[in-house]
Design a binder for this molecule. Structure first.
Ligand code: ATP
Ligand code: MG
Length: 377
């Protein structure tokens, strides 16, 4: 799918903007604070109904204005769509698809799909396990709504179990009621772990092949699910017919072994809420030992794997938004990367105008951005 046109009124630092995009590569060059990320954000909002930078729609409206407008035209394989969003300081936002107002934001998901990669995504590699678990849970939930439901249920039971173990510390008699919660927690937890193992198995294969391409076959990327119940469980076990029984077994032992420590701490130390993904390049953990460039490239490979997963799911490539990430990679990585997304509509921002020269033999538009005004170069 492709975004063919973007219209903005009073969105962030834009007064009025109308820009037509190339179905392949679009490069927006500008200094800092000129409106590059704002433009990508407007496209992202048209796809998801919310920003990736703020949870407050009000912030998207130009300072000192009361309303803002985003209009986006999309070409899809079998249909064309027009998405319009009206933001109002004092009212909830209104969304129109093909001129008809829609009640639910989820109506947008069938119009435009985007994957954004920004410097922030480096967190996926560098920061603690929570960031990777969230990535994992978001990705799986998008494909399997039941998984989101299971995660919510698991968190609720976890919360109740934690409350109970806090009270057990004061009153030991309550320990008899722990079994009821543990049974539910283990059932849901096991199902979550198995779904994650299956997903990681797929994600690891796709990101491995993308990463090999970007690095000219120099680096072998591997993802491995770290399961705190038993760190020997890995995604290759999904082919074992006794996997479920074996996880439940390990789960029971692990939860039993940690019970006293959990009561002491007042929290549950075992379960999928403590698991992680190990990101490994050439057998070395990237989080601990990877160079900046390796960390950036592996985060990018994970995100680009998301592009492929969406393609597998809906039969069309989403629009790829790359916010200021190319200049951080070396020339060879950039070259391989560019050739790997030449069939996907890609919207790239950069402060460095040398970069667009590297796209010379690819169909592309180049624009300059200055103070909320865009000119085609
Ligand atoms: N609601 C708003 N109203 C007016 N201006 C805003 C609003 N929100 C952000 N801005 C301004 O928009 C300008 C451009 O922001 P943007 O994040 O798009 O910059 P950028 O071109 O991506 O810069 P960088 O290269 O530093 O990332 C900034 O000066 C910012 O303060
Ligand atoms: Mg920016």
């Amino acid at each position: 799918m492709e975004v063919t046109m973007v219209k903005l009124i009073n969105f962030r630092n834009y007064d009025e903007l109308l820009v037509e995009l190339n179905p392949k590569i679009n490069i927006f060059v500008g200094d800092n604070a000129q409106g590059k990320t704002n433009l990508l954000e407007s496209i992202y909002v048209s796809a998801c109904g919310k920003s990736f930078r703020t949870s407050k729609d009000k912030n998207l409206i130009k300072i000192n204005k009361d309303q803002a407008y985003i209009g986006v035209k999309i070409n899809r394989r079998y249909s064309n769509k027009k998405v319009e969003i009206k933001l109002d300081k004092n009212k909830i936002k209104r969304v129109k698809v093909n001129n008809y107002e829609v009640e639910k934001i989820s109506a947008l998901y069938n119009c435009l799909n985007t994957v954004i990669f920004s410097p922030e995504d480096l967190k996926l590699i560098k920061e603690g396990p929570q960031v990777r678990r969230n990535f994992l849970d978001e990705e799986i939930s998008r494909l399997k709504p039941l998984y989101r439901h299971n995660i919510q249920k698991y968190n609720k039971i976890l919360y109740q179990r934690n409350n109970l173990i806090k009270s057990i510390k004061k009153n030991r008699d309550k320990i008899d009621t722990l079994d009821i919660w543990d049974k539910q927690l283990m059932d849901l937890g096991t199902s979550i772990i198995i779904t994650r193992l299956k997903f990681i198995n797929k994600l690891s294969k796709i990101s491995h092949s993308i990463h090999s391409k970007i690095t000219g076959n120099k680096e072998k990327l591997k993802l491995s699910y770290y399961c705190c119940i038993n760190n020997k469980i890995s995604q290759t076990d999904i082919f074992n017919s006794k996997l479920k029984d074996s996880i439940i077994n390990d789960y029971k032992i692990a939860i039993q072994n940690s019970i006293e420590a959990d009561i002491e701490k007042g929290s549950t130390s075992i379960g999928p809420h403590r698991d992680d993904i190990d990101v490994i390049i050439n057998n070395v953990n990237v989080r601990q030992f990877g160079s900046q460039g390796q960390q950036r490239t592996s985060a990018l490979s994970l995100k680009l794997a998301e592009v492929e997963l969406i393609k597998n799911e809906i039969g069309e490539y989403p629009v790829l938004l790359l916010d200021d990430v190319l200049s951080e990679l070396d020339k060879s990585r950039r070259k391989h990367l560019i050739s790997s997304f030449k069939d996907i509509q890609t919207i790239i921002t950069t402060t460095d105008n040398i970069i667009f020269e590297e796209f010379e033999d690819i169909e592309r538009f180049v624009f300059s951005i200055k103070d909320g005004e865009i000119k085609k170069v």
